[in-house]
Design a protein around this ligand. Structure first.
Ligand code: NAP
Ligand code: GDD
Length: 325
């Protein structure tokens, strides 16, 4: 039985990846940090019905000793480093913490693997945010990076450290440059989930409007359930490498909103309020990924359309809100 260690197992991707790996017969271990409110923030694992099937280990990406101990004890065949301060807007308010976790945290994890289990296959959760002020209209593995936030700068450091450990120490370390991916398990602060939750509230008479920032921004959105398959495929290859994972379609926040409102028979223009306070100090105006390499080498392709995903998210929020009334 193969053993996997997932950092960030309580997050959106960690939960879907754990579900995927359990389905493949893996022994799944997840690193979790202490919280004063609950033993473990396992709401997403419970939502997927897998909380009892994974083994959780206490630790923090900022604490190298906890990572060394975890890798030594678990002896994983595969390590997926998904933990991060992942919200771009917060990274301007907490740039040092973002650097320490999203950037240096990856270096800590690479060190733990290099010292305790150097033959483990390693996955780093890199991001299309690294393209920032895009240098090419369609972004691929060869497109130059231009980070536009402390989050993106931290991810870029982590990305190059992953490449560096592969080239310096021969680690089987791959970096997945994933474009935005969403799901009903997405954190409420991210725009798709904020919209689907907001639309559900308006539909149920719990709210009158939805306040957003820059709705002209364009993103290449896919479904997290599809994207975790690409992570796993990368670690099954004989040779580690870097891959863009994207749908190849870009849509404005405005049009994504329309899909959500229309699903509930509502008109977006009647409820959307633009709030300048929600604009960012520097914006990533447009992202559009070219996943040709992932398709040809991994055989990976997205399976869920933006429309189907947004409708799934709205339906999940309607159900959640109705149940809590
Ligand atoms: P997420 O839902 O925000 O999950 C982040 C995870 O990191 C949570 O489990 C969180 O634990 C954990 N974490 C945060 N700080 C930690 C620390 N100091 N020590 C240990 N764990 C810590 O993020 P996601 O959407 O699943 O994304 C997964 C990864 O992919 C992230 O690295 C993100 O930056 C990257 N990424 C995401 C996307 C996307 O569109 N979703 C695209 C490209 C790259 P708590 O539950 O305790 O908070
Ligand atoms: N969150 C949020 N809230 N975003 C808004 C809002 C709002 O009220 N109004 C407009 N937006 C715009 C943002 O300015 C941005 O251009 C876009 O919606 C998407 O914002 P997010 O959903 O917060 O995601 P992101 O693109 O900044 O970052 C996500 O994707 C990255 C990959 O490209 C995160 O998941 C990152 O962790 C990930 O690396």
């Amino acid at each position: 039985m193969k053993k996997a260690l997932i950092t960030g197992i309580t997050g959106q991707d960690g939960a879907y990846l754990a579900q995927l790996l359990l389905g493949k017969g893996y022994d799944v271990h997840g690193l979790v940090r202490r919280s004063s409110t609950t033993d473990v923030n396992d709401v997403r694992l419970r939502w997927l019905g897998i909380a009892q099937d994974v083994r959780l280990v206490d630790g923090d990406l900022a604490d190298l000793s906890s990572l060394l101990r975890t890798v030594r004890t678990v002896q994983p065949d595969e390590v997926y480093n998904l933990a991060a301060q992942s919200f771009v807007k917060t990274s301007w308010q907490q740039p040092l913490l973002t650097g320490a976790i999203t950037g240096l945290g990856c270096a800590n994890m690479l060190e733990a693997v290099r010292i305790e289990k150097p033959d483990a296959h390693f996955y780093q959760a890199s991001s299309s945010e690294m393209y920032g002020l895009v240098q090419e209209p369609l972004q691929s593995e060869s497109t130059p990076f231009y980070p536009r936030s402390p989050y993106a700068a931290a991810k870029l450091y982590a990305h190059w450290m992953t490449v560096n450990y592969r080239e310096s120490f021969g680690l089987h370390a791959s970096s997945g440059i994933l474009f935005n991916h969403e799901s009903p398990l997405r954190g409420i602060e991210f725009v798709t989930r904020k919209v689907t939750d907001g639309v559900a509230r308006i539909k149920l008479g719990l709210a009158g409007n939805l306040r957003l920032g820059n709705i002209d921004a364009k993103r290449d959105w896919g479904h997290a359930r599809d994207y975790v398959k690409a992570m796993w495929l990368m670690l099954q290859q004989q040779i580690a490498d870097d891959y863009v994972v994207a749908t190849g379609r870009t849509v404005t926040v405005r049009d994504m909103c329309r899909i959500a409102f229309e699903h509930c028979g509502l008109a977006a223009e009647e409820h959307l309020v633009i709030d300048p306070a929600l604009f960012r100090p520097a914006e990533v105006d447009v992202l559009l990924g070219d996943a040709a390499k992932a398709k040809s080498r991994l055989g990976w392709e997205p399976e869920t359309s933006l429309e189907d995903m947004i409708r799934e998210m709205v339906d999940a929020d309607l159900k959640r809100l109705s149940a809590s009334r």
